[in-house]
Design a protein around this ligand. Structure first.
Ligand SMILES: Cc1cc2nc3c(=O)[nH]c(=O)nc-3n(C[C@H](O)[C@H](O)[C@H](O)COP(=O)(O)OP(=O)(O)OC[C@H]3O[C@@H](n4cnc5c(N)ncnc54)[C@H](O)[C@@H]3O)c2cc1C
Length: 290
């Protein structure tokens, strides 16, 4: 690892000023669980490392008129322990629980997970199934967009070099939406996803409305399965409708063959995962309606 200057931001404004001053020569450090690996092994050698882990407003979780705001520097452990997340978006807790081991979850942040932007990230599918938005901030001001627009490609987001990810917002209309997350790996713990899946939906008079299905690790970025969603919209719940949607979802993915699993096996996992997450979300929706 090459020497670098270390700057600790106290406020978001400090962080934005440092990004504007140092441009592409600066790297943001939140929990460091991805960045340190890059600095040691991937040849990344920034002149400056900017620590944002102690910026208060980046570490807050709060409810506002437009939805649930989750600061980018909130750790996976904080997500697991937070009462607002438990009440309004509990599937996020299931996803956070599957990230690495305790030490990784204690340091690793939701923002770092999204910005690293590997296709197998565990935070992505639930957030996408809940139609989360993200707010970015830089010297030119703030901009807010859907999470689907934030991911550009493997390890590439829409962030400009002078911007940081400020927060993730789950819109009010999706708070409390029945949702379920599943991760398939080679082991139960400490394993990257072969496939991860999240589904969310509402049930109205026994019919599925606003179904959302998101898949990780099976395309260059986390994807929504809009064909499968369209097939479910307005349908009465049945095993056949769910099985058909799961098949369509598998067709929308582009899994790879690699040393961890074949393309065919991943396709099977998608179908199983979509069926199970939809069934679980339907069960949750049914309980809420009782
Ligand atoms: C042993 C181990 C196991 C792991 N297991 C999993 C797993 O099971 N599932 C999974 O999804 N991930 C896993 N990871 C990856 C990693 O822990 C997560 O991606 C974590 O959430 C990254 O967060 P961080 O705060 O540590 O990011 P950092 O390492 O601090 O930063 C990661 C990247 O994001 C940038 N960045 C961070 N925050 C911001 C921000 N607010 N704005 C702009 N840029 C920012 C950094 O510059 C860097 O490029 C694992 C990592 C390790 C080391």
């Amino acid at each position: 690892m090459k020497p670098f200057e270390f700057i600790k931001a106290e406020t978001t404004e400090d962080a934005i000023a440092a990004l504007a001053e140092h441009g592409p020569d600066i790297r943001i450090l939140a929990g460091g669980t991805d960045l340190l690996v890059d600095l040691k092994h991937a040849g990344a050698s920034p002149g400056v490392v900017l620590d944002i882990s102690r910026v208060d407003d980046l570490s807050a979780i709060s409810l506002a008129d437009d939805g649930l705001h989750i600061g980018a520097a909130v750790t996976h452990t904080e997500i697991m322990d937070d009462p607002l997340i438990e009440e309004h978006a509990p599937a996020m807790i299931d996803a956070a629980h599957t990230v690495g081991a305790v030490q990784t979850r204690n340091l690793g942040t939701i923002g770092g997970n999204l910005v690293t932007c590997v296709p197998s990230m565990d935070s992505g599918p639930v957030l996408m199934a809940l139609e989360a938005e993200v707010t970015l901030a830089g010297s030119g001001g703030r901009r807010r967009m859907k999470l689907t627009e934030f991911f550009v490609g493997p390890r590439k987001t829409i962030l400009a070099t002078d911007e940081l990810l400020l927060e993730i917002v789950i819109p009010t209309e999706n708070l409390g939406k029945p949702a379920h997350f599943l991760k398939f790996g080679l082991r139960k713990g400490q394993a990257l996803a072969l496939v991860n899946v999240a589904s969310s939906l509402w049930l109205e008079d026994g019919k599925i409305t606003a179904p959302r299905i998101a898949l990780g690790a099976v395309a260059p970025v986390v994807i929504r399965c809009e064909g499968a969603e369209a097939a479910l919209e307005g349908q009465a719940v049945s095993d056949q409708v769910i099985a058909e949607a799961a098949k369509i979802a598998a067709g929308e993915a582009r899994p790879i063959d690699d040393f961890r699993a074949s393309k065919e096996y991943r396709m099977d996992l998608i179908e199983v995962g979509v069926r199970r997450t939809l069934a679980a979300a339907i069960e949750l929706a049914g309980q809420e309606g009782e």
